[in-house]
Design a protein around this ligand. Structure first.
Ligand SMILES: [Zn+2]
Length: 93
């Protein structure tokens, strides 16, 4: 599997995690009233779910696929922003 495919899978996983986090906050809000704690749990959960992102780096230069300069975007780079490697066909180990 290429690093781009793994990054794409992670992007979908995060989209699902975000949806679950939003639903969780809404459900708690609906049945238990407004809760800052529920919001906090959702945020912490998302941060933990996203730690895998930090290991999705370009196999050539090590640049993270989710960073565009100083910005983090929810979808990975197809081409490395630093060394221009085609990440779609670069197999990593
Ligand atoms: Zn690179």
């Amino acid at each position: 599997m290429t690093v781009f495919e793994r990054a794409k899978r992670h992007a979908w996983f995060m989209a699902g995690a975000l949806l679950i986090a939003i639903l969780f906050v809404l459900v708690v809000d609906r049945y238990f009233g407004h809760s800052t704690i529920a919001f906090g749990i959702a945020i912490v959960g998302l941060v933990f779910a996203n730690t895998k992102m930090l290991s999705l780096n370009c196999p050539i230069c090590g640049k993270n696929l989710f960073f565009r300069g100083i910005f983090v975007v929810p979808w990975p780079n197809r081409t490395c922003g630093k060394c221009r490697t085609e990440l779609e066909d670069s197999i990593d180990n």
